[in-house]
Design a binder for this molecule. Structure first.
Ligand code: BGC
Length: 750
């Protein structure tokens, strides 16, 4: 449900009424008519809470209430974001914040327009103390589970709304490209199909009951557009993206999200082809408004108007930066530290450089979303929502999502699962470390401070002790994340000799955005040295990789008998990993990205055919040679596949479809879930086609010996590409479809 009808629940009373979009629009116009220019400019301003909190007081939250009230009232501020002390807060603290903010806005100002408060609840309620967290989106993508993507959105929405906040800056709809990128784990991976399907599900979960309902929040699709494609792989650096790639790879998830009812969007902090996106009317008007038909709020990212001057060097002054961005179509500035935006925009209106009608466009959108969220009826935390702060089903869902996110990359001689009763040595910097399991936006922005994690969250070591029993587990960290040795090698070897197997947990600590930039994709050398020393003992080594991006391990990948990838599985990750190691469940995750073998060979699975095929065009010599390809993932059971069929050899270029079927049999001894990815390739196109395009995925949960059919649909729309003149078309000719090693050729007719 979106702008058409919004269910508005009067908090505490339980009375539901429905407001049509015509009524909303009439109310919005009524308010707009009464507003001064100052009030309009204020609505377009978003400030962060930080400066209004006494940071000198550490043990409790002290709001500088008078200062906060005065700023909100004097500048008619429309929106506030963020937590108080850069860490999670209690429900009571959140209620105090929201009440203070809404008191100022609704009682202190002439028109009483409520504030739209926003927060990043990316994989659960990031800033609500002790809230369990799901895997990062990358882990959800490895699960290929649309239901989990939806539940993650729904749970985050329920908890967030319970805090009194109705706007979540999620989901991330950037399509992963460079594995160096520090926000790689925040994405649903490198397939546009995964990003759009899981993103849509997430939004449906977040907004399931309608924005006015006390169980929903407004989702924010971000970051529009092409944020993940920076050339250097570093956060917020320049991207060069051909128009057909922009439209074919990066745009579809936003297109789906708009159709799913997303009412807000956050703009990409980077620049594309030399134009900062915050100053790009092509992206913010032509693509977002005209092509996608988006009618909601476009908010800037952090300080990004000012950065047109300070970082992108396209504006000489902050005022010029405001002019460029508002002119290009932005609605709200996440300033976020000062009221400079209000002053400068006001000056621009007074000087006649920006018209009041232009402000009206943005304010109209802002007021409409506020109204849809029910803020005009009741801007305060809704008592009916309080019981949802910690939804009873959330811990179990987080655990299930953590399990399904794990990818078994290697399992020689079925070393896993370990037998119960095995004695194990647990080593490595990630073994007893929560942040490496949960990543960014985990109780703090960087997620790297263990003290804010729930006391009952288990690390991998904690999980192993719980499952295997303390007496069977010995622990020596060996080295820290940078690779500095913390335990003498001789001691590690002595302990290893007393064990049946070694579980070595390597990887990365938590990071977000620019602080997470790296210059080397290799796993730090001494972490690999630790692995080498452990492997030299001759004991079977199980490598757990706790990481949010594929850190290169090619030179040591032959050493461990098993490799289990934990792509930031969240606060239940430790338990899930331990369960997987001891066979309490059967891993089923598949890589949602390519695991490269070499630092300068970073092809994605959908690279242009020119990059993948050698000059003789021999597909058997394809140059997509990662350590593990997109879609790779093993199981403790075996699956056999039969009866591959495609419903025809031809289809029309519009409104047609083919059905692909395969029968999957669990031919092993343990129950398991088989995930399948379907790919196509356009044999000849007017622009160089992709080597493969992932267009669908499916799965079957199978008991030992059981068989099921899995079917997929290829729609003509799945074959669409953007032509050189910017038109979306399906080009007639031959295509191939690939499923689990089987392939079929079909002809698309005009
Ligand atoms: C990030 C956004 C986030 C915003 C608000 C920015 O630094 O890029 O993804 O929503 O901060 O916290």
């Amino acid at each position: 449900m979106n702008s058409r009808f919004s269910a508005i629940l009067f908090a505490g009373i339980g009375l539901i009424s429905f407001t049509s979009s015509a009524q909303v629009s009439e109310k919005v116009e009524n308010i707009l008519r009464k507003m001064t220019v100052e009030e309009k400019v204020g609505q377009m301003t978003q400030l962060t809470l930080g400066p209004f909190v006494d940071m000198n007081v550490k043990d409790k939250m002290v709001l500088k209430k008078d200062e906060l009230r005065k700023t909100l009232v004097d500048f008619h501020i429309g929106s506030v974001l963020n937590n108080a002390q850069d860490h999670a807060q209690t429900l009571a603290e959140w209620h105090e914040i929201i009440r203070t903010v809404q008191d100022a806005a609704t009682k202190g100002t002439r028109l009483g327009i409520p504030v739209l408060y926003g927060v990043d609840a990316i994989h659960g309620a990031t800033y609500l103390k002790d809230s369990p967290l799901f895997p990062q989106q990358l882990g959800i993508a490895c699960s290929r589970n649309t239901v989990l993507a939806k539940e993650m959105g729904r749970m985050a929405a329920m908890s967030t709304r319970a805090t009194g906040i109705r706007w979540n800056f999620a989901p991330v709809l950037d399509v992963a490209r460079s594995p160096l990128w520090s926000r790689f784990p925040e994405t649903f991976g490198e397939s546009t199909c995964l990003v759009k399907t899981l993103g849509k599900a997430n939004i449906e979960g977040a907004q399931e009951k309608g924005l006015g309902d006390y169980r929903s929040v407004a989702a924010c699709m971000k970051h529009f557009l092409g944020y993940s494609a920076a050339n250097t792989g570093k956060d917020r650096t320049s991207a060069f993206i051909a128009d057909h790639v922009l439209r074919d790879v990066f745009l579809p998830p936003f297109w789906e999200a708009v159709k799913a009812g997303a009412r807000t969007v956050m703009i990409n902090s980077g620049d594309i082809n030399g134009v900062p996106v915050h100053a790009s009317s092509y992206v913010m008007k032509d693509l977002l408004r005209k092509e996608l038909g988006f009618t909601g709020i476009a908010v800037s990212d952090w300080e990004d108007i000012i950065k047109l001057r300070t970082r992108h060097h396209v504006a000489e002054t902050d005022k010029e930066a405001v002019f460029q961005s508002i002119n290009a179509g932005l609605d709200m500035s996440m300033v976020p530290y000062s009221t400079s935006f209000c002053t400068l925009l006001l000056e621009l209106v007074k000087e006649g450089r920006i018209s009041e009608a232009r402000l009206d466009e943005s304010v109209r959108r802002i007021l409409t979303v506020k109204m849809e969220l029910g803020l005009f009826e009741n801007a305060y935390p809704e008592p009916a929502a309080f019981k949802n702060a910690y939804p009873a089903e959330a811990p179990a869902l987080c655990l299930e999502a953590a399990r399904q996110s794990l990818v078994l990359l290697k399992n020689e001689a079925s070393v896993l699962p370990l037998k119960m009763g095995s004695k194990i040595l647990v080593a490595g910097p990630a073994a007893d470390n929560m942040p490496s399991l949960s990543g960014s936006w985990s109780y703090s922005w960087q997620g790297n401070d263990p003290i804010w994690y729930p006391k009952d969250a288990l690390t991998i070591l904690g999980g192993l002790r719980k499952i295997a029993g303390d007496a069977n587990v010995r622990y020596l960290p060996g080295c820290d994340f940078a690779g500095k040795l913390t335990t003498p090698v001789s001691e590690i070897i002595k302990t290893a000799e007393l064990s049946d197997a070694i579980v070595v947990c390597l990887g990365e600590e938590a990071y977000a955005e620019i602080p997470g930039n790296i210059n080397d994709l290799n796993l730090p050398l001494n972490q690999k040295t630790l692995l080498r020393s452990l492997a030299a003992t001759g004991k079977p080594v199980i490598l757990v990789l706790a990481e949010g991006r594929p850190r290169l391990i090619t030179d040591v990948s032959s050493l461990p008998a098993a490799i289990l990838l934990a792509p930031q599985p969240g606060t239940k990750g430790g338990e899930a990993i331990a369960e997987a190691i001891f066979g309490k469940f059967n891993p089923s995750g598949k890589l949602a990205f390519t695991y490269p073998a070499n630092p300068h060979d970073l092809l994605t699975y959908d690279a242009p055919v020119t990059d993948v095929l050698p000059e003789n065009n021999d597909t058997k010599q394809a140059l997509y040679r990662p350590l593990f390809p997109f879609g790779h993932g093993l199981s403790y059971t075996t699956f056999s596949h039969s009866g591959f069929s495609v419903s025809g050899n031809e289809m029309k270029s519009q409104g047609d479809s083919l059905t692909v079927k395969i029968t999957v049999t669990n031919s092993g001894k343990m129950e398991g879930r088989e995930v399948l990815d379907l790919f196509i390739r356009d044999e000849v196109a007017s622009l160089v086609p992709a080597w493969r395009k992932h267009i669908a995925f499916g799965s079957a949960q199978l008991k030992a010996g059981e068989s099921k059919d899995v079917s997929f649909t290829i729609r003509s729309s799945d074959l669409e590409i953007t032509s050189a003149n910017g038109k979306r078309i399906v080009e007639p000719g031959y295509f191939q479809v690939f499923l689990n090693g089987q392939e079929h050729r079909f002809l698309v007719k005009p």
